[in-house]
Design a protein around this ligand. Sequence first.
Ligand code: ZN
Length: 261
Amino acid sequence: MRLESPESSVSRAAAILRDSRRLMAFTGAGISAESGVPTFRGAGGLWERMDPGLLEIGRFDADPGASWAAIRELFYAAAPDGGRASPNAAHRILARWEAEGLLSFLVTQNIDGLHSAAGSRRLAEFHGSIRELLCRRCGGRVQATSEALDAGLLDSLPPRCPSCGEALKPDFVFFGEGIPQAAYSAAMDAAEMADACLVIGSTGVVYPAAQIPILAKRAGAVVIEIDPGDTEFSVGASDIHIRLGASEALTRLDALIARPK
Ligand code: ZN
């Protein structure tokens, strides 16, 4: 297979982005890896350091303290390992494109909350987020901000609902749980309406999330993939594959897209 150079693919993609009227983006772990957030899969990933069973909802309910001990260490410990990472250039460019009217909607598989922290608002967090803790008895929510963590939110485990005392659960999707309905519907709507879909740093192996770019393509969108390596999207789904990291690719695209000031 002939590989297109980054210069050529970036140039072709920029032309499509300039003409796009309903651009959506779909992001995965690759965009946050550049902020130091560990990925789940692959060498050095979280699954090498954590029993995935601790993220099964039945096991959490049976012993929330045991699941929380692992969750606290892997998702909420001090930087660079998790909850206190900062958005990088790729997150910031996507947020600015939304503010400028270029990006219509963003769907992320990531639970790190970095798109929201960068300022993205038209956003579906398909697998939820570590930034909120949810009480499944009374519906109460607690923000897991840096300030709250510093003030001892997770000092004793499991953290308890301030209203009713139930064990709080991080509001990301555990094994055995469904996709949040609002995020699911918003993502499907965006895929149906998109005329172009940027796929950034997703391996395409996690379903149902991975079907979103496929649905967008079937609905007529041009699929532009940004990933240094091959993914499940690379053959068949991606119309253009920019073989660069997220920050570098988006920085180059941003420079090529002339917009009215
Ligand atoms: Zn409660």
